[in-house]
Design a protein around this ligand. Sequence first.
Ligand code: EPZ
Length: 433
Amino acid sequence: MDRIALTGGVPLYGDIPVSGAKNSAIKLMAAALLTSEPVRLTNMPRLADTRLLGRLLARFGCQITESDGPDGQQSILHTPEITSSFAPYDLVRQMRASFNVLGPLLARTGHAKVSLPGGCTIGARPVDLHLKALEALGAHIDMHEGYVFAQAPRGLKGAEIEFPFVSVGATEHALMAAVLAQGTTVFKNAACEPEIEDLALCLNAMGAKVSGAGTPTITVEGVTSLHGTDWPVICDRIEAGTYALAAAMAGGEVRLTNVRPDLIGILLDKMREAGCAIETAGNTITIRRDPAQKLKAVDITTRVYPGFATDLQAQFMALMTLAEGECIIRETIFENRFMHVPELSRLGANIVASGGEARVKGVDALKGAQVMATDLRASACLVIAGLAAQGETTINRVYHLDRGFENLEGKLSACGADIRRLKSDEPVMELEE
Ligand code: EPZ
C-alpha cells in the first residue's frame, strides 16, 4: 500500500487545473449503458473509481476506450448489446455507486441481478429509496442472498415519485431508469446537485426528454431509445474546494483553473468569512493568504446542494484546526462522518466530536505525525492538515485518495508543496466506500 509523505510549512504558489467530477463521471458511464451507440465522455478524470466501474461495465458488454483526444482525456463507451445483466458482490461492494447500474440494465433489457452494496465507513447508506423508485416505475423487485433481482419484461412505466428525503444516488438512479419508461415521470423532492443536472443534460444529448434537473421537481417524458453523444464531464467541485482549502491552509497564492466558482459559492463565502482573500473570474478562482495571518473560526452545517457539501466537511475542519477561536461543525447527511477527528488529533488538533457535532478549538500549530486515511474526503483533510503541520506527516492507506483525486501529489507539488508518494509493493487493501 502506497503512503504519502509531506513536509508542512511551505506556502503554495501556482495554478491547479481542476479535473472532471468523479461523482458525475461514474453516473455518466452507467448512463452509457442505455444506448447501443458510442458515448464519448471528455474531461474524464482517471481515477481508481472510474477504472473499477469500467471493469464492471465490461462484464455487461461495454467496450471502453480511454485516450487523449482533441479535448483532453476521454473515454468512449460502447455497448452494442448487453451481454450480461449481472453485477457481482465482489465488484459492487468496492464502490457503492456501481449499484446504480441496476436502473440502466433494467431499462434496456427488462431484467438485472445486482448485488446490494452493503454499509460503508461513513454510514449505513441503505438503498431503499432507489428500490422504491424503481418499483414505482413498475419493476418487480425480489431480494435473495444479498442480491436484487429486478424485472420489467414489458418495460418500465412513468409514475409520480416523491422522495421522502433528498438522495443524490436515488434521484440519479431513478432518472436513468425513467428516460426509457413509457409515459411521463415526475420526481418531487429530487436532489439538486450539479452532477444531477450534468447527467440530465447528457441524457438529453442522447435523445432523452428531461426537464427541471437542478430543481426539486424533475419531469421526464419517456422515449423508446437513446443514441450516442459527446459529453464533457462537469468540473469536480469537491476537488476544487479541496485545493481552495489546501491553499488557504498552506498560505500563498493559488489559481484554480477549469472550474465553475458558482458550484462552491457557500464554501467560498465561508472561507472569506474566515479571512481568506478569494477572487473569481470566468473559470478561475484565486485564493490568497499570508501564512502569518491567523484565520477566524467559522461554523458550518452540511446540507444538500446548494448548502455546504458534506464532501468538503473534513477538509474545512482541517482548516479550522489552526483558526483563532472555536467553531462548531455539524454533519447532517451521514451519521458517521467524523472518522478524521482522531487522526487530526494525532497532529495536535483540539476537536471534540459527539453525535453529529464537532467542536473545533484552534491551536497555535499542528505537528507532523503518522496518520491513517479512513475514507476519500477524510484522506484529503489529512493532506490539508499536513501542508501546515510542522515537520513530516505520513498518510497511510492513500488508496482512498486515489479513488477520487487525480494526480494529487503532482498538482500540489507543481505549486511548491513538499509532498511525495512512498511506493510499496504491499497489495492494496480492498476498496470500500
Ligand atoms: C452521493 O452519495 C455522493 N456519492 C457522496 O460522495 C456524497 O457525499 C453524497 O451524495 C451527498 O452529497 C456519489 O455521488 C458517488 P445520498 P449518495 O443518497 O448518492 C441516505 C464521495 O466522497 N439514504 O444523497 O450515496 C444515506 O444513507 C461520496 O465522493 C437512505 O437512507 O448519497 C445518507 O444518509 C461519499 N436511503 C443520505 O440518505 C437511500 O436509499 C444521503 O445520501 C439512499 C440514501
